[in-house]
Structures are given as structure tokens and as C-alpha cells.
Ligand binder design. Sequence first.
Ligand code: FAD
Length: 451
Amino acid sequence: MGADAVDLLVIGGGMAGLSAAARVAAEGGSVVLVEKAERTGGSARFAGFVWSAPTVEELRRVNPDGEPELAAALIDGFAEGVEWIRSLGVECRPPVPVLGFGRGHQVDTNHYLDTCERLIRDRGQEVLTGTWTRTLLTEDGRVTGAECLLPDGSPRRIEAAWTLLATGGFQGDPRLRAEHLHPQAEHVGLRANPHSRGDGLALGRAAGGAFGKKDAGFYGHLMPAGVSLADPARFVDLALYYSEHALLFDTTGERFVDETVGDHLTTMALLERPGARGLLVADARVHREWISASYVEGIPGVDKFQLCHRAGARSAVADSLADFESMPEEWGFPGATIRDRIEEFNATVGAGGTTEPGRLLDSRPLDEPPFYVIETAPAVTFTFGGLLIDAGAHVVPAEGRGTIPGLLAAGADAGGLYRRAYAGGLAPALVFGLAAARTALTGTRPAALGR
Ligand SMILES: Cc1cc2nc3c(=O)[nH]c(=O)nc-3n(C[C@H](O)[C@H](O)[C@H](O)COP(=O)(O)OP(=O)(O)OC[C@H]3O[C@@H](n4cnc5c(N)ncnc54)[C@H](O)[C@@H]3O)c2cc1C
């Protein structure tokens, strides 16, 4: 490794990568950021709330199978992360509740990402867009940078004391989705930037990194089945967050999940049902209180059902439960069975009884016509499984102990934090991105490089 090696090479310029690179640049370190797309920002450009659980205990309660060390690091680093965003002159609004248990700040993420990029360039450091990474460089068991391909196809060798993998997960690759999420995930919708296709995971595993956690699942939402998600504006507009207050049936006409635990968890459960599609049923009350209402404080509500209908979703408004019997055959759902199940549900909860599956948070009947019916399917936003890291964002090896010298991962490339549970995507990318920066600024730099 030559003396011109930078302190940090960042592969992937989204929330994690830009945070890490900007922090290193702000502290006077040297950094190169390599971004595959024409523009930096990744999925973070579509996101708006930096949030997580308020305490480690709460995070452990909703996410008991995640690594305790990472849970603690996320919560410990949250306030500093918010402080860092504010220090750049980016507005971080006062905290609001998120998903019932969480708290977070609405942030103009585009302002934040652009500010980070400007800061890196203003400090004389490089941001290379349209650049792909071919392989990591290694020397005596240490990762020492990467060989990249510039937009004109010419190779560029970038040497670095530390290399951060921050390519945003593997949700964009149907084969990896099928391998790590579920065989039916190969054909599900993508509700994210199209470039995060597991490149960081492949580079990290080739360097000996461990994959964690197995069967960790993904963060996603129910979307109207069969509707194109090519326009990113649809990622939020058409997401059926209100499923928490509706009833969801699979193609056999049965409920299979407690819908009230959260749309993102229901989405994972639906992926495993026949054909990975379901029928979501709401009534006039749910339409009034949830479908047209705001999902998170500060975001105006829109009538999602109308939007989905106009976008071509298979959907209908039924005047009564009796109408379910005449559900068109080509929909592939047994309308009469679903009608029976709704009537049974209403009778049971109306009498104060409990249903199977239960309803932890909203057990009111769905008995106010008309009924809003839509076919839905899971869509993936980002994957939870990735390169196992420690609290300093070091990648843990698949074999042996300790960490892989010179190699870091953050954001959705990092695994271990969540397993079949979710408490924010921006916050971990921010917190572990900043942890990676700290490691690069203070960690071991091979003697040959000096400082
Ligand atoms: C519609 C939507 C809404 C969301 N809302 C929220 C929210 O409100 N709150 C929240 O906490 N989370 C939210 N998220 C999730 C959040 O955006 C992600 O968790 C976060 O962006 C992850 O950060 P990251 O850096 O890992 O990935 P990203 O921000 O996606 O960045 C990854 C970057 O790596 C680049 N890349 C990929 N492969 C390579 C390669 N080989 N070489 C170089 N670069 C590469 C990509 O192009 C991309 O720029 C939302 C996501 C979406 C899609």
C-alpha cells in the first residue's frame, strides 16, 4: 500500500456512505467515495424520518433476535447522529412518534445528502459517480482498497487504510432475494433504488466476511399487486400502510397474521403465503380514519385506495359483505369464504372474544359499509441480512475471531442489527456510517502509510 493511500475508501454513496465520507472529510481526513449510479443518494433520497426506538430496552423488545451490541451502539449513537446532521445546517425537526414504539425526526434527506457531497468535494476529496468496484485489494490479510472501473471503462486502483462497504443491501437482485429471503421473493416488487444489488455483500464475503443473520428478513410494505413501481413517487404514495387496521386474506381465503403488529411485518408474512399475494379488506371507518389519514405526524394524508385504483390496481368498493360472493373468478380469491371469515371476525370481536390470529392493537369489527377491497403483494425496501459487523462497523470474519483488518460495512450492507423486526433504516446507516468514520480516523493505519 502506497503513501498516497487515503484514510477511507467508501463504496456506495447513500445514507451510510455519504455520512461516513463527509465526517472523515470534515475532520480533515482523506477520502474517496465511489458511487455506481450517476447520482449519489440511493434510497435515502426517498426517505424522510431519522428514527429508532427510544431506548435499548425498547429496541430489544421489538427486535429480540438482533445482536445486543449493535442495538446498544445504535441507540447510544442516535443523538450524536442527529447532532451531526444539525451541525451541517440541515433541519432536523422536533421528535414525533413513529410506528407506535419509535421516535424520530423529519429530515430533508436530499438537503443532507447534497450537503455531505458538497462538503467532501469542498475539502478537496473525491466523489466518483458512475464508478463500479471490480474487486477489493488485499495485502497480508488486510483489505487495502479496491480496484474500480471508471465511467469510461478504465480501471482505477484506489488504496486506502480502511474500506467501507455501503452499497445499500441486496434487494435489487432477484436471485439473492430468492436465496436469502424466500423463493417467492424472486418476483416481488422493488420499493427502493435499483442499484443496490448485493455488490457490497459479494465483495465482503470474498474478503472472508461473515453473513448475518440467517433468515433475517427485510423491510418492505404491502403494495397494490401488479402495479408498476418504476416511478419512485409510488414507493410512498401507493404503500398500503393502513393494513394494520384492515384484514388480510391469502388465496385460500384465510387470515394468517396479526395485521395490527405492523404493515412491514405483515409484508414479510405475506411473502411466504401461496403466490405471495393477498386480499386486503377495509371498511368505511378504516377508510375514514386510516386510509385517507396521515401515516406519520407531519405528512399529509392522501386517499391511497383512490390512488391505487387509478394506478390500475385490482380493487373494488363493495356495498355490502354479501357482494363478496360475486367476486370475479379471475381474482383467484374465494369471495364467499372471505365474506364468512369477516362475519365470523365481526361476531367474535363484537362479543369481546379473541380471534385466531389475534389482533393485538386494533380489534374493532369491520362492519361499516362500503368495503374497500384491494389485491396486494409484498415489495422489498431493504434487506436485513448482510455482512456481520461490530459496534465500530468492522466486518466480522466467517472463520476465526476478531475482525477483518481494513474492512468496514454500514447501512443495509451491514447485518446483525435486525432479525425479522425493524426500527428505522436511516438511523443505522447514519450511526454506523459515523462509527466507520471514527474507526477510519482513529483506528490502526498500517505503519507504512504514516498519517
Ligand atoms: C420510499 C422509501 C422510504 C423510506 N423511508 C424511510 C424513513 O422515513 N426512515 C428510515 O429510517 N428509512 C427509510 N427508508 C429506508 C432508508 O432509505 C434506507 O434504510 C437507507 O437509505 C439505507 O442507507 P444505505 O446507505 O445502506 O443505502 P442507500 O441509501 O440506498 O445507498 C446505497 C448506495 O450505494 C450505491 N451502490 C450500489 N451498488 C454499488 C456499487 N457496487 N458501487 C458503488 N455504489 C453502489 C447505490 O447506488 C446507492 O447510492 C426508506 C426507503 C425508501 C425506498
